[in-house]
Design a protein around this ligand. Structure first.
Ligand code: DAH
Length: 315
């Protein structure tokens, strides 16, 4: 029996002594009661001490000077890295920001108006089919290009224009297309949109901005050329190509199509409440995946969304 149990048993036995008081002659009762009380106080004090000692036994003293080796006791955690496309996306945005462009965030669910109507795709326009858009059962559209943000960008910065300034904004974003994936097509990829509006914006300015962007991004002088394109939201429209530089495996004369661009269609400006008689603008949009593939010499776009760690860890 432990010390504590013994004391508790004594305490219990003592309580039956109280019952005896009544059986004693009145003159003895006081003395007897006093005696039991003293005994009881003694037992209680001993019990308290014994209980305190028992508690202390379990508490090991902490040695704060002991050497600590957390890596030996905690399993090693492998730290992740930023996805290569996110790294490239911030580099792209940084180049445009250094030229004075504002940055707006895109969204991953949009609607018919921003995907088509606001961009001058009239109802039933055949070009609507060219975008392989996904649709949710509620009729929303995961954007098939970052141009869905143009209308919002124009409206957001319209005041700057009216105050004598200009609109200069880039919008990176994730886009989705309902098409079969192969080495150069993926259902999910990233684009960066650019919008510029002022009283005297020209195509020449646009090519200057884009040439500077590509040279800053790839860190070297590059040759660019354009070819005609068609987009309902620009007039005229163009495609911009860059010559694959030798440092990235080019042999001279390898032209790569990098983005679509053009002068913003008057209807697009009008829909955002901007007078196309007074203001002019240019816009462009191109894939981030494509930029990164050229930079790193990748030949299959599907790696980016594959979740393959061996691939991702190379960056
Ligand atoms: N949104 C077009 C695409 O994904 C690219 C594009 C073309 C964007 C012309 C523009 C533009 O802003 O002006 O194919």
């Amino acid at each position: 029996m432990s010390e504590i149990d013994k004391l508790r048993a004594e305490l219990k036995a003592l309580s039956s002594e109280y019952a005896k008081i009544k059986t004693l002659p009145p003159e003895e009762r006081g003395g007897f009661g006093k005696e039991i009380n003293i005994k009881k106080q003694e037992i209680l004090a001993k019990l308290a001490r014994a209980e305190e000692e028992a508690e202390n036994i379990d508490v090991a003293p902490i040695d704060i000077s002991a050497p600590c080796a957390p890596n030996e006791t905690i399993p090693k955690v492998k730290r992740g890295t930023k996805h290569p496309l996110m790294v490239e996306l911030s580099r792209v945005v940084d180049v445009y920001a250094s030229m004075g462009f504002n940055v707006m965030e895109s969204r991953q669910l949009d609607d018919e108006f921003h995907m088509f109507d606001s961009l001058n795709f009239t109802k039933g326009h055949p070009a609507r089919d060219g975008y392989d858009t996904f649709r949710t059962s509620e009729g929303f559209i995961p954007p098939a290009h970052t141009s869905t943000m143009q209308h919002r960008a124009l409206k957001k910065y319209k005041e700057d224009l009216e105050n004598g300034g200009q609109i200069a904004v880039v919008i990176p974003g994730r886009v989705f297309r309902n098409e079969d994936a192969d080495a150069t097509h993926e259902h999910t990829f990233y684009q960066c949109e650019g919008v510029f509006v002022s009283k005297d914006a020209t195509m020449g300015q646009m090519f200057g901005v884009l040439k500077h962007f590509f040279e800053a991004y790839y860190g070297q002088a590059l040759r660019i050329k354009t070819q005609p394109g068609y987009f309902p939201f620009t007039e005229p429209s163009a495609e911009l190509l860059i010559e694959k530089p030798e440092s990235l495996g080019g042999k001279g004369g390898d032209w790569l199509e990098m983005l679509g661009c053009g002068m913003i269609h008057p209807n697009v400006l009008k829909m955002a409440g901007i007078n196309p008689e007074v203001y002019h603008g240019f816009a462009w949009g191109g894939g981030i995946d494509r930029l990164a593939m050229l930079k790193y010499g990748l030949n299959d776009v599907r790696y980016f969304e594959s979740g393959k760690l061996e691939f991702l860890e190379e960056f």
